[in-house]
Design a protein around this ligand. Sequence first.
Ligand SMILES: [Zn+2]
Length: 244
Amino acid sequence: MAAEGPSSISPPRQRRHMCDNCERPIAVCLCHVIPIPPLTTTNTQLMIIHHPHESNHKLNTARLLTKSLRHVTTHLSRKLLPSHVANQSPSLTTTIYLFPSSPGSPALSLLELKESIDLQGKNRNLLLIVFDATWKHAKEMVKASEGVLEGLGAIRVCLDVNEDLQGGSIYDDELVLRKEPYKGCVSTLEAVARCLKVVEDEGEEIERVLIGVLKEMVRLQAGFLKPVRPRPKLSKKGKQNELQ
Ligand SMILES: [Zn+2]
């Protein structure tokens, strides 16, 4: 079977000039907007479950979160495992995970979450779990993680949709970087930023800095990507107006 030997092992890829700090190509280095030192969240521990397929995506935002925030752990996995949360005590920590509401699994809005946290008063230790993947994979990951999430008493939280903003995402507004099946889908970084805004004491500042990182990534990347625009319709019969 293995008669051909390890021919599938490819030679090391030539590394472009990479920034040692943010681990991005020098041309799109984000160190000038990544906060130093990383931001401290006083109420929230962030846990990113990072789908293996997502790890090499150049526009993945999870790495930017790990650089920008102090209390982050990342697990490369297709699901949340008991070992990931072995140190969590459900009686001391409120666990939430970001995912859209569905008929079988209704979600709290961020506002409802805040009200429920404020009602509890004492319990402000939050474990925020995000599944970093395409939406197709994220659905599979959440399904595969249901048992562990239930064991933690995890609360599903969805992002409030701002009806005023078309698309509800920076990506939609400024540049189509990722094909996602639903309007209103947001990047992992943006989703975390919006959630921290609500649950952290210094949430507005944290959100501002994180969104600044995301916007700068989009801005720099825009120089390397051509947004796909529909071709202008050519009217055969149209008057041949001269445009100049
Ligand atoms: Zn850098």
